[in-house]
Design a protein around this ligand. Structure first.
Ligand code: PMP
Length: 320
């Protein structure tokens, strides 16, 4: 849809088919990339990916990509775990991302999806002796979950995958069946999001978000060894809470019932941003409204992502 912008230039983002993508070293239009039915990753989940956000600032007429380097570093780690050869370094992947965004000329918030996968078209479950491909796709993207009014969650009946079964530390495509089962169960039951427990019954994370609880002004979040994805947002929020808000942050295993008695709970992630939780398993969290610690962190996070905090501009990569 074409929109008249302030300086009366008409903004018309490309359609998905016309949009530019990066695929195995070349810039192509989405409609010109074709993958075969037998693509290994489609059958066996043998891929790994990232999700990066770009925020459009209308006042600065600029797009800021958030924490690009840590995302590509995590992609390298995921690829190492599933033995996918990434042919490009962080710099090349970043430059390719910037180039496709410039070609797509987006002037709104976007999502960036780098994907590395086993692309051989053959049968046989394994990781070795297969070709690897790498792609980057971008698309306009608004809020993933409600970040203003708070969301309602259920503790899922599905358990989080264990490191010794399928390592959650790696952002592996196949592992997302675990998240998809939990998310759909939650939505089918009238909730907005799922919270998933580890096999020993401790809180792990949301279907696509890390989790924090606030108890007596201390933030508590499950440790990396509780089968969480090592979230980029989780890591920066811990730092902001400690250094900018002066609040203690503890990484420790969390019991399910601690969720119910917490003063505040929020989920976080590139997609979810800082997402307040106001109800879990039909127990109202705190006062049932967005709590002060969550709100302070959320405001700070958005201000930084939108380029409004001078001292934190190192989080951002400008596109234009
Ligand atoms: N956990 C899971 C399972 C996720 O999919 C995500 C989203 N990438 C997160 C946590 C949050 O990670 P990040 O802050 O790096 O986006």
């Amino acid at each position: 849809m074409a929109l008249e912008t302030e300086n009366s230039e008409v903004y018309a983002p490309p359609s998905q088919a016309e949009s530019w993508v990066y695929f195995d070293g070349e810039f192509k239009q989405y409609k010109d990339v074709h993958l075969g039915l037998m693509t290994h990753a489609l059958h066996y989940g043998t891929g790994c990916f990232e999700g990066i956000r770009g925020y459009w600032s209308e006042t600065q007429r600029q797009m800021f990509l958030v924490l690009v380097e840590p995302h590509f570093r995590r992609l390298q780690q995921s690829a190492k775990i599933v033995r996918i050869e990434l042919k490009y370094g962080i710099q090349e992947m970043t430059e390719a991302t910037l180039e496709i965004l410039r070609r797509n000329r987006f002037q709104e918030d976007v999502y960036i999806r780098p994907l590395a996968f086993k692309s051989s078209e053959e049968i046989g479950v394994r990781l070795h002796n297969l070709d690897d491909s790498f792609a980057i796709y971008t698309a306009p993207f608004g809020a993933y979950v409600d970040v203003e009014n708070g969301i309602r969650c259920m503790v899922s009946s599905w358990r989080r995958v264990d490191d010794n079964a399928a390592p959650a530390r790696a952002k592996i495509t196949g592992i997302y069946i675990n998240s998809a089962l939990a998310k759909t169960e939650a939505m089918d039951n009238g909730f907005d999001e799922a919270i998933v427990l580890t096999h020993d019954g401790h809180v792990s994370e949301g279907s696509a978000e890390n989790i924090f609880v606030v108890r007596e002004d201390t933030l508590i979040t499950p440790p990396e060894s509780d089968n969480i994805l090592e979230g980029v947002t989780r890591k920066v929020l811990m730092k902001l809470a400690r250094e900018d808000l002066g609040l203690p942050v503890v990484e420790r295993s969390l019991d399910r019932s601690e969720l119910y008695v917490a003063d505040e709970v929020f989920l976080c992630g590139t997609g979810a941003q800082v997402s307040p939780v106001i109800d879990i398993d039909r127990r109202i969290i705190g006062d049932g409204v967005v709590g002060p610690v969550t709100k302070a962190l959320q405001d700070l996070y958005f201000d930084i992502c939108k380029g409004r905090v001078e001292e934190k501009l190192d989080w951002l990569t400008p596109v234009y």
